[in-house]
Unconditional design. Sequence first.
Length: 321
Amino acid sequence: MKAWGGLKQSGILGLNQRNAAYTLVYNQRRLYPLVDDKLKTKALALQAGLSVPELYGVIDSEYQIRHKLHDLLAIHPEAVIKPSKGSGGKGILVLTGRFRERYRKNNGIIMEKEEVGYHVSNILSGMYSLGGQPDRAMIEYRVQFDPVFEGVSYMGVPDIRIIVFLGVPVMSMVRLPTRESNGKANLHQGAVGAGIDLAGGVTVAAVWKNTAVEEHPDTGASIKGLTIPRWPELLKLAAGCYELTGLGYLGVDIVLDQSKGPLILELNARPGLSIQIANRQGLLPRLDAVKKQAHDLHSLAERVAFAVKTFKTAAACNPNN
């Protein structure tokens, strides 16, 4: 009971409360397919004029594995293969090039054509999809991450998660791939999560495997104090996803490409809660502040300005934290 009291006092949002008081209340079930299916999300974003990684093609049958997949990869040897309805980074295969008739993964391992085909077949069977339903495999552009992340990423592309409530960005972190996460920006698989101060776009604290860290476990580079490029643009992009989807509580995942700039990677109607650990701060006080002020925030610019003015990460207020 004492531990729960401490968490409650810190404003920590728990899983049950997130589901009962936020996702069920502010996210209409009929809108979930817009974000649970990455192909639908991509089409929606493009229709709204938002930037996303280029889609090279879709594989939706065993026949296409034999007669389409390798033709696509011959044209685009650097590509990402992912399940359209996947979650948690499962089933994502990153190819960085070819070695004769074989493929090279982002970790340097060489794959036979048959292995790649087998992986895509597993995607189609629903092995990585929500609920195990039959799925489609997306072949898309492999992001070349911004040089600012050069020293704090291992074998993969970092992404920036921004929680948006009623169109207001309330908390953010950058997820940094590690050797353990196999180059994937997923905290549950071993990536580092670094909290970002919403006011300045600077990393303030970091967590790795539920442990506070200040350096990347593989590179040794400092994580704290990293300035995220084009931060105001990222906040506006995330806030605009409220109108894009109609979802009141969502996570927006954005990548920073070195030549294409910010790209929306995916949206999540049930964003995880470890972002609070990365920021050393609970979500509840920020969500309550938005509830009280939402009726006075009429435009995207007003919502972003409110977030920047109101939400300063605790670690940013105490640089010795």
